[in-house]
Design a protein around this ligand. Sequence first.
Ligand SMILES: Cc1cc2nc3c(=O)[nH]c(=O)nc-3n(C[C@H](O)[C@H](O)[C@H](O)COP(=O)(O)O)c2cc1C
Ligand SMILES: [Fe+2]
Ligand SMILES: [Fe+2]
Length: 408
Amino acid sequence: MTTYRVHKLTKRVYLLRLDDTDTRFFEGIWPIPEGITYNAYIVTTSEGAILIDGWKREFSDLFVEALESVIDLKDIKKIIVHHTEPDHTGSIEILLRLLGNIELLGTQFAKSMLEGFLGRALPFFKPLKDSEKISLGDVELIFLHTPWLHWPDTAMTYYPEEKVLFTCDAFGGYSIPRTVVDSSDDVISEYLPHARDYFANIVAKYSQHVIKAVDKLVSIGIDYKIIAPGHGLVWVNKPDIIVKSYLAWARGERFGGKFKVVIIYSSMYGNVERMISSIVRRLEEQDIELRIYKFTDKTHSNKSDVLGDAIDADLIILGASTYEGSLNPLIDSIVSMICTKFKGLRKRFIIISSYGWAPSADKELTKRLSEAGMEILKNVTYKGRPDKKLIDNISEEIYKIVNELRKA
Ligand SMILES: Cc1cc2nc3c(=O)[nH]c(=O)nc-3n(C[C@H](O)[C@H](O)[C@H](O)COP(=O)(O)O)c2cc1C
Ligand SMILES: [Fe+2]
Ligand SMILES: [Fe+2]
């Protein structure tokens, strides 16, 4: 059931977290059976409150209820809009209705995009420059431009006195963590795969901007102690873990863990699966992390997880049969996402494919992956059902490739 939590994070900062179990497909695309949270924040000052971001529109009434549990609504003097995607700004409409033309603060892009989403001019939206101060009573915040995380409008805000960095989508993740902060190693390790899925699905295309943003935070000396994102866990104990994880994923690398092989395949009548099953059995003999995603007549894997596991894999084995002069459409869509979102990350691939009368899946995969700058270590295609000799040879070869890569 969708609920919310209000949590006092520091002397001045409150977290308002909506635990959304209603949304099954984030952005209407990404399956999230694990749910998602929207994190808004209140900073209290001697002269009223500053609201930072918000929730999705359908939860507006709950948002008002949560706000009123912390402050008198009339005390909100400013609203910071870090990013206009409606998962964070949907609740602004009700606040504008209740509070009138309250001061909105964000980037110039945010102003223009919010006007587009709300279908009205917002003359009381004040665009802020990079590093501009936001002052109210005894509190001073610093607004930081960090564009393209994952839209052009994105920004962060730093509260130097309590060393809190509000980051919206950046450093966020899917799921509804059982605690609001990173209270234990168990909570963190449960959460990180969901953060990685979120990164791969939502942010990965803009990986270079993530690296740039972190460089910027370091170069201007932002000495954060708390990372307060717009989704998922708030990092009060080990904020460097999420920052370092995001940096590793932005380079297409693992943050810790074992050598990882991800196998993604489709099989309509079992010809691709026959080869894959043997490769899996052989690879299981090695001390590696092996993740398997399939699209068959029995199972369709979760596409959010497929991308999340692929982004930091050391090797991806892609299996697809030939289909209507091209490749299986389910693998086709996954490969399209990999090629656009992970472009430039130079992931390593092995291709396995089967055909009935004229091979094409292998050619199509080679073309697309090469164009996206991926490395193809091996390409195996065969007619119909693979025979035992071929299966044994290929399984052995792949076993050796993985063994060598692990040692490299
Ligand atoms: C709907 C459909 C379309 C297919 N299109 C092609 C094709 O265009 N060219 C081809 O060589 N084989 C085509 N095939 C044959 C499959 O690629 C071949 O049977 C392959 O071995 C199937 O492997 P799988 O059972 O692992 O999916 C098609 C099969 C199906 C069911
Ligand atoms: Fe977003
Ligand atoms: Fe978001």
